[in-house]
Design a protein around this ligand. Structure first.
Ligand SMILES: NC(=O)C1=CN([C@@H]2O[C@H](COP(=O)(O)OP(=O)(O)OC[C@H]3O[C@@H](n4cnc5c(N)ncnc54)[C@H](O)[C@@H]3O)[C@@H](O)[C@H]2O)C=CC1
Ligand SMILES: CC(=O)C(=O)O
Ligand SMILES: [Mg+2]
Length: 558
C-alpha cells in the first residue's frame, strides 16, 4: 500500500517534522516507526493484529535497523513512552514505591536497559528506552506473551555521551555515568524491588555496556529468573545459524575454526556456547573446544601474554597463534572456516578478507552480526559477489534478496536474537522457572538449527522465515519448558497435567495455548487470560478508535 496517499486516521499524529507517512515525499522508515507507535496508542488491537499477522514485514520498523535511528533521535521525536524510567537522581531508595504505584498490576516480563551500548551505536543514555520497547513488542509478536504483562524499563543512570546529554531536548539525567559502587547499588535495588513487587517476573538485560553486563549476569543468573540477551540470546541464534550451515556442508562442529571480529558480549557469549556445544556433540575436551574459537578486539588478536584483557576474553587467549594486528593477518594465520562479526565496525569484512575466506573454504561461513545495518561488517551483496555465491551468510539486520543469473531468489537469513529470546523467555515465564539455565540456550539453538527444510537450506535459508515465528517459537518454548520442568526448576504450565503434556505433542500444544493473540476484527478486545485489553492505562485506546479502520489493515503493508 502507498501510505503517502492515505489520510491520517483520527487521533494519530499525521506526520513527524513534515516527513511522515502521509507526506507526499513518501514515508521514511522512522515515519513508519512513529506511525506504528501511534497506532499502538490509538488502537492496540489493530496494532497487535498488524504485528502478529505481518511480523516479518513490520520487523524492520519496530526493530533493527529503524529502532536504532529511533533511539538516536528519541529525545527529539516527541515520543510518549509506555515504559518505566527509573532515574538514579530521583528514584534511588524509592524504586519499590515507584513500582507499586505503576498502573500495571501484573507484570511477568521486563526488558531492562541502561542505555550504555544500544545496538552498535554506543551510549544513548535514556534514549535507550526505545530498545526496551522494541524488544518487549517481540515478546508478544513472536512468542505471544500478553502485552498487558510486559514492561519495558530504562535505568537512567546518566550518560557519557556529552553531546546527547547537553542537547536541549534530552530528557534523561544530565550527568556522567556513576562510579561502579553507586551503579551496582542502584541495579541491586531494582532487582530486589522487582522481586518484592512481582515475584515471578522474568528480567531480560538488554544493551548494557560490557563492563557491567558480564558482572551483572554473573551476580544474578543463579538467584533470579533473568538472562542477558546480548550474551546468551545472541549465542543461541548464532550457534543455531552455524549448526544449520553445517547441515549444508556436512562438516562436524568440532572441526571448525572460528574467528570473531569483536571480543565483547556477543562474541564471548557465542564462543562460550559454541565451545560448550562442541564438548557435548563431539565429545572433545572444553579446553580443546575453546582453542577452536579466536577473538579479535580493537587492539588485535586476543592471544596469551596480552596483559590488557578483560576477564571474559581470557578463556580465548591462546598461545598457539601469532599476535595479529589486522583481520586479514588473522585470517591468513588461523585459516578460519567461519568468520563472525560482532564489532560494530562497518565494512570491516573487506573484499580482501572475504576473498581470502572464499579461497580457504568451498562454502565459507560468514556472519556479519552487527546492528543496525549501518554497522554491519559487510552486506549480503558483497559477501555474495566476493565469494561467487558460495557464501553461507547470516546477518544481524535484514538485507534484500539477491536474484541469481538463473532467476532464483536467495534470501539472506537474519541471525538475530529475536528468533530466540521471546520463546526462551516465555518458556521461563510459563513454568515460573527459578532461573534461566545456560543449557536452555543450547536446547533452543539445537531446536532452531533443525527447523529449516532441505529445500530451504538449499536456498541458503538457515532458518524458516520470520513470518513463521509463532510456529518456531512454539517449538522452542515447548522444548525449553519441558527442560525447565524436567530439571526441577519450574512447574507444569497451569491447567496441564503431566499426562496431557506427555501425550502426543503435549508440550507444544501447551506452548501454543499459552500464546496470546489479538482479538479478531469486530470482536470485544479481550486478552486470552481474561484481562480486558482496555483495562490497562498504557494500552487504553482513544474513545472509538477501535472502530476506525486502519489503513494498515486494509491490504498490503508498505
Ligand atoms: N545479531 C544479533 O542478534 C546481535 C548483534 N549484536 C551486535 O554486535 C555488535 C557488538 O555488540 P557487543 O558484543 O554487545 O558489544 P561490545 O561493546 O561488548 O563489544 C564490541 C567489541 O568490538 C571490539 N572492537 C571495536 N572496534 C574494533 C575494531 N576496529 N576491530 C576489532 N574489534 C573491535 C571491541 O574491542 C569489543 O570487543 C553490536 O553492533 C550489536 O548490535 C549484539 C547482540 C546481538
Ligand atoms: C540484536 C541485539 O540485541 C543487539 O544488536 O544488541
Ligand atoms: Mg541487544
Amino acid at each position: 500500500m502507498n501510505l503517502s496517499t492515505e489520510a491520517a486516521p483520527p487521533g494519530m499524529r499525521p506526520d513527524v517534522q513534515g516527513t511522515g507517512p502521509f507526506a507526499t515525499a513518501g514515508p521514511q522508515p522512522i515515519d513508519k516507526y512513529m506511525w506504528l507507535r501511534d497506532l499502538r496508542m490509538a488502537s492496540p488491537s489493530s496494532y497487535f493484529r498488524v504485528l502478529v499477522n505481518n511480523t516479518q514485514d513490520v520487523l524492520p520498523y519496530i526493530y533493527t535497523p529503524t529502532v536504532g535511528k529511533a533511539c538516536q533521535e528519541y529525545h527529539s521525536l516527541g515520543i510518549q513512552t509506555r515504559g518505566l524510567y527509573l532515574r538514579i537522581d530521583q528514584d534511588k531508595g524509592k524504586i519499590l514505591q515507584r513500582l507499586k504505584a505503576w498502573p500495571q498490576k501484573r507484570v511477568r516480563t521486563i526488558v531492562v536497559t541502561d542505555g550504555e551500548r544500544i545496538l552498535g551505536l554506543g551510549d544513548l543514555g535514556a534514549n535507550g528506552m526505545g530498545i526496551s520497547e522494541g524488544k518487549i513488542e517481540l515478546y508478544t509478536a513472536a512468542a505471544g506473551i500478553n502485552p498487558n504483562v510486559c514492561l519495558p524499563v530504562c535505568l537512567d543512570v546518566g550518560t557519557n555521551n556529552v553531546k546527547l546529554r547537553e542537547h536541549p531536548d534530552y530528557k534523561g539525567v544530565r550527568a556522567a555515568r556513576p562510579p561502579q559502587k553507586e551503579y551496582d547499588e542502584f541495579v541491586q535495588e531494582f532487582m530486589e524491588a522487582v522481586r518484592a513487587w512481582q515475584p515471578h517476573t522474568l528480567i531480560q538485560f538488554e544493551d548494557f555496556g560490557n563492563t557491567n553486563a558480564f558482572r551483572i549476569l554473573d551476580k544474578y543468573k543463579d538467584d533470579y529468573c533473568c538472562f542477558n540477551d546480548d550474551i546468551q540470546g545472541t549465542a543461541a541464534i548464532t550457534l543455531a545459524a552455524l549448526l544449520a550451515a553445517l547441515r549444508v556442508t556436512g562438516k562436524r562442529l568440532a572441526d571448525q575454526r572460528i574467528l570473531f571480529l569483536g571480543a565483547g558480549e556477543a562474541s564471548a557469549g557465542i564462543a562460550t556456547l559454541i565451545s560448550y556445544c562442541m564438548t557435548r556433540r563431539d565429545a572433545i575436551a572444553p579446553e580443546a573446544a575453546r582453542q577452536r574459537c579466536h577473538l579479535m578486539d580493537s587492539k588485535g588478536l586476543v592471544v596469551a601474554g596480552r596483559t590488557d584483557l578483560q576477564h571474559h576474553k581470557i578463556p580465548f587467549a591462546h598461545a598457539d597463534v601469532p599476535a595479529c594486528a589486522t583481520l586479514i593477518e588473522a585470517v591468513r594465520a588461523i585459516k578460519p572456516t567461519v568468520l563472525i562479526g560482532a564489532s560494530a565496525v562497518p565494512n570491516s569484512f573487506t573484499q580482501q578478507v572475504v576473498e581470502a575466506m572464499a579461497q580457504l573454504n568451498e562454502r565459507p561461513i560468514i556472519f556479519p552480526l552487527s546492528n543496525p545495518t549501518s554497522q554491519a561488517e559487510c552486506t549480503f551483496e558483497q559477501a555474495w559477489k566476493w565469494t561467487n555465491g558460495r557464501v553461507l551468510f547470516a546477518s544481524g539486520s535484514p538485507f534484500d534478496d539477491i536474484v541469481d543469473a538463473r532467476g532464483i531468489a536467495h534470501h539472506p537469513p537474519q541471525a538475530n536474537n529475536a528468533y530466540i529470546f521471546p520463546a526462551v523467555g516465555h518458556a521461563a515465564v510459563l513454568t515460573k522457572s527459578k532461573h534461566v539455565p545456560e543449557e536452555l540456550f543450547l536446547v533452543a539453538a539445537e531446536q532452531l538449527a533443525a527447523m529449516a527444510t532441505h529445500e530451504e537450506l538449499s536456498r541458503g535459508h538457515l532458518f524458516p522465515l520470520f513470518s513463521h515465528i509463532r510456529d518456531i517459537s512454539a517449538s522452542i518454548m515447548a522444548t525449553c519448558a519441558h527442560y525447565i520442568v524436567a530439571e526441577g526448576l519450574g512447574r507444569n504450565p497451569g491447567g496441564w497435567s503431566q499426562q496431557d503434556l506427555e501425550a502426543g505433542n503435549g508440550w507444544r500444544r501447551a506452548a501454543r495455548a499459552a500464546m496470546w493473540s489479538p482479538p479478531a476484527v469486530g470482536s470485544a478486545p479481550a486478552s486470552m487470560d481474561g484481562t480486558p485489553l482496555s483495562s490497562m492505562d498504557i494500552l487504553l485506546p482513544a474513545p472509538g478508535a477501535e472502530k476506525t479502520p486502519s489503513p494498515l489493515m486494509s491490504g498490503e503493508l508498505w
